[in-house]
Design a protein around this ligand. Structure first.
Ligand SMILES: NC(=O)c1ccc[n+]([C@@H]2O[C@H](COP(=O)([O-])OP(=O)(O)OC[C@H]3O[C@@H](n4cnc5c(N)ncnc54)[C@H](O)[C@@H]3O)[C@@H](O)[C@H]2O)c1
Length: 596
């Protein structure tokens, strides 16, 4: 029989603590909510009532239930109020000495059988536990932000936590409607170990002006389906907390440079820019604690028209290639009203592309998203050709041929001969340096990357890659074209992986390394990222979809360009590819897809 928890204590009512109080009180458990001062207690109370009032306003909580919930919470200053609770969760700032002091005090105050839990994200639960005389009753219960929403709880057992305590806490998580993964005490556990390298990397992109905050965040939301971008997430977590987590992970996790906090984070913390909780972090908020972003001096100004910004007029577009990307891109341009010239290597290929575009447009008609007349008009706008000479009068060329530098360079040299002056020449490469392609022409200022995502008709993101030779006019034109396609164009520099792949693949690679180290299972790691961070797919699900060979190739490119030791491809990934386990397309990757 699992232990009954009728009352629990929560210490610290900040970003996490207030949410944790709500989780318990919502599930009928009495809570003693403790803070360090009356002022901090009042802030915690305001956070809790704000959150429950929002739930009532959204129709997710009845008024009577809110009142009952709030009546279960007993707000107190000082730890002495915790003398008779069955379990305490500590959620004070991420400092080992502070947590150890609090645990020593809790050990003195709480009844002998009480379980003492920490919500630490990165500190050693073992080190915290030895500050008490009952380390076997100390455990990590790591909730995710916002605690009332995120389903995941990481239950962290140390080498001395008793099996009974682990089982009791697991049963409690179930009662709270949470999904728990139970793991050993290691820096960052599952989710943060995979998340924080990515967040830090995103901050370094912003710090080095590789892309704007809006573009970095839009790229990860629209390119990967994440619920929020990395910089908005840093603001939600709190920059002070994020700094401490990174710093601890760096020191505890083998001094991986990717966890060394980017200097900007420390500067922002010192300046009091802590994120949402202080009203300003990477973004500016309506007021402290508000989720509503308001414009500030970094907010891009929406201009009257792209032409006013200096964009060139684009009416006729050439698309070179006949693969998946070219086919999707032809459809996107034709649907958006552009006259399109498709150039393939022969009539047979053109016929195939035509059939694919037609089939895809027909699906739109069946789903009621496109009228038959619009479908016919879109098809009518496409001219089919097998000679590049037909691109002499287009305004924009999008190249989507095979991912080989020599082929692309030869093509761009030909385009340079054939195309009229002023044309924008774009490559869809996902891994080659755009500047190499640009320098195959006499007009590198007109060359830009337009990195579409697959499937092009559906994915809302395009990365606009500017080289050191791309003119501002070309970039502006490319961005304006993205907008006319109904897509978001994010501008970034010409570095391996651009924004999305550079941030995504090292994270996937880290997940493989975690599996390889037997820290957790593929299922639990997938759960952790989906339920703890709101990712649409776990890393192993995604790797199997993308293809392990493709993922390995991208990871290798990133490693070769940046020489970052932490980017070295996971040996397990290399072995799986060598063994022919490439993911869904080969029937087996991290999972066996033949038996499902
Ligand atoms: N922010 C996140 O997204 C997140 C997610 C999961 C876990 N965590 C972890 O949760 C813990 C709390 O982080 P946070 O972001 O909520 O921090 P926070 O700064 O928002 O809140 C900490 C609260 O603790 C209070 N406090 C400080 N000393 C105290 C004491 N002696 N007694 C009682 N209360 C005291 C402070 O007044 C403050 O209200 C950290 O260990 C952090 O790593 C944070």
């Amino acid at each position: 029989m699992a232990r009954e928890f009728t009352s629990v204590g929560v210490v610290g009512l900040g970003t996490m603590g207030a949410g944790i109080v709500e989780v318990f009180a919502r599930n009928g458990i009495d809570v003693v909510a403790v803070e360090i001062s009356e002022a901090a207690l009042e802030r915690g109370r305001v956070t809790l009532t704000g959150s429950t009032d929002r739930a009532v306003a959204k129709g997710k909580l009845a008024e009577a239930d809110r009142d009952a919930l709030l009546s279960r919470v007993n707000f107190q200053v000082g730890l002495d109020a915790l003398h008779s609770v069955d379990l305490v969760i500590e959620a004070v700032p991420e400092h080992l000495d502070l947590k150890q002091r609090i645990f020593a005090e809790l050990d003195r105050v709480c009844k002998p059988e009480a379980i003492l839990a920490t919500n630490t994200s990165s500190l050693s639960v073992t080190e915290i536990s030895v500050a008490t005389t009952r380390p076997n009753q100390v455990i990590g219960i790591h909730f995710f932000n916002p605690a009332p929403v995120m389903k995941l709880v990481e239950v962290v057992r140390t080498v001395v936590t008793s099996a009974e305590v682990v089982a009791d806490v697991e049963a409690l998580c179930e009662r709270l409607g949470k999904v728990d993964v139970t793991i050993n005490d290691r820096a960052g556990f599952i989710a943060n170990a995979l998340l924080f390298g990515y967040l830090n990397h995103a901050v370094s992109m912003f710090e080095s002006r590789y892309a704007t905050r809006e573009d970095i965040d839009a790229a990860m939301k629209l390119g990967c389906g994440l619920p929020m971008g990395p910089l908005a997430l840093m603001d939600l977590i709190g920059l002070d907390t994020a700094y401490e987590i990174l710093d601890t992970m760096y020191r505890r996790g083998g001094r991986d440079r990717r966890h060394a906090p980017v200097p900007l984070i420390k500067q922002m913390v010192t300046a009091g820019l802590l994120g949402r909780k202080s009203g300003r972090g990477f973004y500016t908020y309506e007021r402290a604690g508000s989720p509503v972003v308001v414009p500030d001096e970094q907010t891009p100004v929406a201009s009257e028209s792209a032409l006013a910004d200096g964009a060139r007029g684009i009416a006729k577009v050439g698309v070179v290639g006949s693969g998946t990307m070219a086919t999707g891109i032809i459809e996107v341009f034709a649907k958006a009203g552009y006259e399109v010239v498709s150039v393939t290597r022969g009539a047979e290929k053109s016929a195939k592309v035509f059939e694919s575009v037609k089939t895809s447009l027909n699906k739109g008609v069946v789903r009621g998203k496109l009228s038959e007349a619009d479908r016919d008009a879109a098809l009518g706008r496409i001219n089919w050709s097998a000679t590049l000479e037909h691109l002499a009068d287009v305004d924009l060329v999008v190249e989507a041929v095979v991912e080989e530098l020599s082929v692309k360079k030869a093509l761009f040299a030909s385009l340079d001969e054939i195309c009229k002056p002023g044309v924008v020449l774009a490559t869809t490469t996902s891994s080659l340096p755009v500047i190499d392609v640009a320098m195959a022409t006499q007009r590198p200022a007109d060359v830009v990357g337009l990195h579409f995502f697959n499937p092009a008709p559906i994915m809302p993101l395009i990365e606009v890659v500017q080289t050191i030779r791309t003119s501002a006019e070309t970039t502006t034109t490319a961005k304006a074209v993205c907008a006319t396609l109904g897509k978001t164009g994010v501008v970034c520099g010409d570095r391996s992986g651009f924004i999305v792949n550079a941030l995504l693949f090292p994270y996937l690679n880290d997940a493989v390394k975690m599996l390889e180290a037997s820290y957790s299972t593929a299922d639990d790691i997938d759960y952790a990222m989906k339920l703890g961070c709101g990712y649409p797919m776990g890393p192993f699900e995604l790797l199997d979809v993308v293809g392990l060979d493709v993922s390995l190739a991208i990871q290798r490119e990133l490693y070769l360009e940046l020489r970052e030791p932490g980017f070295a491809p996971a040996p397990l990934l290399e072995h799986l590819v060598t063994a022919g386990y490439l993911g869904r397309k080969s029937g087996r990757g991290f999972r066996d897809h033949t038996r499902r």
